[in-house]
Design a binder for this molecule. Sequence first.
Ligand code: FAD
Ligand code: SIN
Length: 534
Amino acid sequence: MRKTDTSRRKKYDFLVIGSGIAGLSFALKVAKHGKVCVITKGKIAESNTSYAQGGISAVTYLPDNFEKHIQDTLIAGAGLCNAEVVETVVNEAPAQIAQLLEWGTQFDKTEDGKFDLHREGGHSEHRILHHKDNTGFEIQRALSKATLEHPNIDVLENHFAVEIITQHHLGEMVNKWRKDIECYGAYVLNQQTNNVETILARVTMMATGGLGNVYETTTNPDIATGDGIAMVYRAKGAIENMEFIQFHPTSLYNPKERPSFLITEAMRGFGGILRRKDGKKFMHKYDERESLAPRDIVARAIDNEMKMTGDSFVYLDVTHKDAQEIKDHYPNIYQKCLSLGIDITKEMIPVVPAAHFACGGIKVDAKGRSSIARLYAAGECSSTGLHGANRLASNSLLEAVVYADAAAKDAIQHLPSYNFCDQVPEWNDEGTSQPEEMVLITQSQKELEQIMSYYVGIVRSNLRLKRAMDRLEILYHETEDLYQRSVVSKRLCELRNTIQVGYLIIKMARQRKESRGLHYTIDYPNQLKGLEVI
Ligand code: FAD
Ligand code: SIN
């Protein structure tokens, strides 16, 4: 059995879990005020951030204005956005864009030196700053470089956060006193040594990103397993809005590929038209904004058309646009499709919806504070109130930088009042052994993804949700049992986390007795046009 390593206890002022836009922008902001450790379960650039295509929304030039961006966000959110949060994030956007530029991010410009702004679904104006069709890669490049060069930041790659440390680990009962729960750092699996290390921190930032791997088809890379949400839930922190899972309408139909390759929504802003396999347009039946309606509407419409026709995909058509412009604006999409034998300047692109973004997560206040003291959360693992029941395209990179900034300011202010908690015990794995068979983990993961995709996808019902919960319960008990008996491994922890996150999605979906935004159920078919045929 592996021995726990007590010699490697580390102490930092700030522990940041995750190296995407939320984690790195927080780290860069607090690094002047203390020693920072960023841990990340893969390489520094393995994040959802690196995959972002369309861009980051911000009001930049007239005729756009803050009020329009606010209204677009509120409309997409289907009545559940926190209006104050929306106003703050939209107003903060230009300052945070300036900060990204200062860290070295390049956004495309037109010949006259102005930013080239794209438009996406739900936006009434062109307001998406972008770098070609790989904006996230460019942001991640700039932030990773600035972080790795910073003398006050240590980056530990291949370090997997297993649990956050709270009084629970000191043997204290905390469940009755939710407000008093405090976070003292995290237990972290060093994947090079296979030891679980204790990293103590005065402040911890949870920035673990999304959870797309709960589903069979997702645009998210394999790091997106909802770890932060599951860890905070187990520590009795508040989690909310998990029923609102956003399916991106247009991922490339290429069944063998995981993650699914995204075809950016900006292509619809550019004039792309959705068509059935027989070439007929269909979006006019569902929404007057047609292909540029908010994502929930477009994804549901595609799902409905596929169910009616029995086809496995629909098409996105840009063949009527100028070929050179397509290649200039979307070079990566052009090359990717060409590698599969599709010349998008001449042929339509087969697309299907795929799980893409979690609107809910760890509940935070306006300063990015979770319900657990000393624990902040930002980015996709958090729930700020910005997205409501459906996120407006390109608002999530923005949300991440705005909240990382708010959290950094609050954490810096409170740092002097937080001490290290030296009584924290080392990780105890006595009595555990290697899991007998890896297939127990891989098969359970597949079962989970199927349950979630078939019963908790774009269209739901009371019966489907109950069936999902019943099936999930079996997986939950089997996995908990395996976890208690086994030495910690990344794969087993990820399975445990995806199951717990799946449980939260189903539980909150069952509590919502209406169809709203991304949560559509045939038992409450209110307000939804064009879908009576399902
Ligand atoms: P991430 O960037 O996912 O970073 C999470 C980090 O946490 C990773 O480094 C990961 O390795 C680490 N991590 C996770 N669990 C653990 C653990 N247990 N221990 C240690 N480390 C851990 N949004 C937009 O606004 N505009 C877009 O154009 C856009 N396009 C997108 C395209 C695609 C294909 C995808 C998948 C998403 C897109 N999004 C877009 C959404 C956006 O990219 C994400 O919401 C955002 O990047 C999340 O940033 P983050 O920092 O919260 O998380
Ligand atoms: C896209 O480029 O379509 C993704 C944008 C987003 O998820 O916000």
